[in-house]
Design a protein around this ligand. Structure first.
Ligand code: PLP
Length: 398
């Protein structure tokens, strides 16, 4: 007799992923990752300057707040699906103190499982199949992948160095403007390191009014700035709350990427639509993490980080300038964005750097077609390893 937990296969099983996955662009890091794996397997000491994941620990008081909250069984069940009032109120206090923006913690803020979840789900909440999201090129890949997975379209807005990496909103008209429902902005900007050019937020509010578009400002890097530059919130722009939302994350500013803590804030109807969608998708952030995130917001970002990143930025920019790469030191983010030398594409330069110096840098083309001709270096690696990477770049490329 056959054991009854086995079925006889009459034909091989067929796994049929949904066609929406075919709409996603090819994964541009694949070849680079294969080469890195090959080198590591051969015993080469590869240094990665690829990923923007802070190496410095989360501030100790935040970890202690988590430990205390996790000891309370009251935090162990399904989270309240609007987020704990303590966290929403802490976001409101932070916005008031840091940006001078008043937010109603009951109607204008909902916590999110990181900016990535929030941005992705905004696409599902606001895009119909014939509609468009306007996304910066180069830009964070979820601004383009999200609309495609939502069955809609992403139309790219080139960010050119000559315009301070601002999209030219006056160039968007006709059918594209008519079908556009979302417009993504992100300053300080990944990957270019640009800070918001004067007048862009104001122009975005006008554009939103002209075309009934929701502005989504990704504020993931407002707390990682240098040289005394203080990044504004989009929500402090007159009229912004009428037409937009901001996605604010603790990941980069507080060294909390693993904690998955962010929020959507701003226009109450938009926040409500996001929340309605989200109640069908996930069950929120572990409540002990929410309470620790509230403590983090009240304490503010760790004050030593700007100096740490500024020092690393200068180390990298000086070395690049020495080997003949023209680079402008950024005032924000945790990245250096620089042009590849003549005769190279983004991919060929990054491959050569890996071959010659066993250092991983990101090809600009991974962030959109307009990123071609650039590369990105992340500053999230300790000073000693970064120093070693910089020495290797100097030795092998000069
Ligand atoms: C522009 C931008 N938005 C969002 C994210 C994701 O942030 P989170 O960790 O909050 O999901 C990143 C991460 O690199 C990013 O660069």
């Amino acid at each position: 007799m056959k054991p009854n937990n086995r079925t006889e296969r009459t034909r091989p099983s067929r796994v049929l992923p949904a066609s929406r996955l075919d709409r996603l662009p090819p994964y541009l890091f694949a070849e680079l990752e294969r080469k890195v794996a090959e080198k590591k397997a051969a015993g080469v000491d590869v240094i990665s300057l690829g990923i923007g994941d802070p190496d410095t620990p989360t501030p100790a008081p935040v970890v202690e707040a988590l430990a205390a909250a996790a000891g309370d069984p009251g935090t162990h069940q399904y989270p309240s699906n609007r987020g704990r009032p303590e966290l929403r109120e802490a976001f409101a206090r932070f916005y008031e103190r840091r940006f001078g923006v008043e937010l109603d913690p009951d109607g204008e803020i909902v916590p999110a499982l990181g900016a990535k979840e929030c941005v992705f789900n905004i696409n599902l909440a606001f895009l119909d199949p014939d509609s468009i999201a306007l996304a910066a090129d180069p830009g964070y890949p979820v601004y383009t992948g999200g609309p495609l997975l939502a069955g809609a379209e992403a139309v790219l807005m080139p960010l050119e160095p000559e315009r301070g990496f601002a999209p030219d909103l006056d160039a968007i008209g006709g059918d594209v403007a008519r079908r556009a429902r979302l417009l993504y902005l992100n300053y300080p900007n990944n990957p270019t390191g640009a800070v918001v050019p004067d007048g862009l937020f104001e122009r975005a509010v006008e554009f939103a009014r002209e075309h009934d578009v929701l502005i989504v400002h990704d504020a993931s890097y407002t707390e990682t700035t240098y040289d005394g530059y203080v990044a504004p919130s989009f929500l402090s722009t007159p009229g912004a709350k009428d037409v937009g939302v901001e996605v604010f994350s603790l990941s980069k500013g507080w060294n909390m990427t693993g904690w998955r803590t962010a929020a959507i804030a701003g226009n109450a109807e938009a926040v409500e639509a996001y929340w309605r969608l989200k109640t069908n998708i996930d069950s929120g952030i572990f409540e002990a993490v929410q309470l620790a995130a509230a403590a983090a917001l009240d304490a503010g970002p760790p004050p030593e980080m700007p100096e740490i990143y500024a020092r690393r930025r200068d180390l990298v920019c000086d070395a690049l300038q020495e080997i003949g790469v023209e680079v402008t030191p950024p005032k924000g983010t945790i990245y250096v964005w620089a042009p590849v030398p003549e005769g190279h594409t983004s991919a060929s330069y990054c491959e050569m750097v890996l071959e010659e110096s066993a250092v991983v840098i990101s090809p600009g083309s991974a962030y959109g077609p307009n990123g071609e001709g650039f590369f990105r270096i992340s500053l999230t690696i300790d000073d000693a390893r970064l120093g070693e990477a910089v020495e290797r770049l100097r030795d092998s490329l000069s």
